[in-house]
Write a protein of this length. Structure first.
Length: 142
């Protein structure tokens, strides 16, 4: 009997938004676009990829760092969309994990519907846990 690994579907792939909020937009306009150079460098060559099995964050302009967390290790989500981000169509998704090397995964300034991404990722996390038969135990200490 052979067990085939399930296909890995990409739920999101992209980089942080160059102009994530109204303040950034105003600054870019006031500096006749020169602030965009700073915003580009601040992104640090970061790219995000969320699949049905893992989260991959690659960062670095010259030297690259690759962080990967399997979805079954995700414990909790936080969606943050400030007023400025809502106007610009961006947002942040933070995930708390049981991964020792990456306990918190921050996907910031995503140029996508962050709430919809959260819902897709949450379903993928549940499916990954079910596939690996991972169960969460909530233990209270006295």
């Amino acid at each position: 009997m052979t067990t085939e690994a399930p296909l890995e579907d990409t739920l999101y792939e992209g980089a942080p938004s160059l102009v994530p909020g109204l303040g950034s937009l105003v600054l870019a306009i006031l500096t006749v676009g020169l602030a965009l150079i700073y915003f580009w460098a601040r992104r640090g060559g970061t790219t995000y990829r969320v699949t049905s099995q893992r989260i991959v964050v690659e960062s670095g302009l010259f030297s690259k760092k690759l962080e990967q967390v399997d979805l079954y290790r995700v414990n909790d989500f936080t969606v943050e969309r400030t007023f400025s981000q809502r106007v610009m169509g961006t947002g942040n998704l933070t995930m708390t994990t049981f991964d020792k090397s990456t306990p918190i995964v921050n996907l910031v300034d995503l140029k996508t519907d962050v709430v919809a991404l959260y819902e897709r990722t949450r379903r993928a996390v549940e499916a990954a846990k079910e596939m690996r038969r991972v169960r969460m135990l909530d233990v209270e200490q006295a």
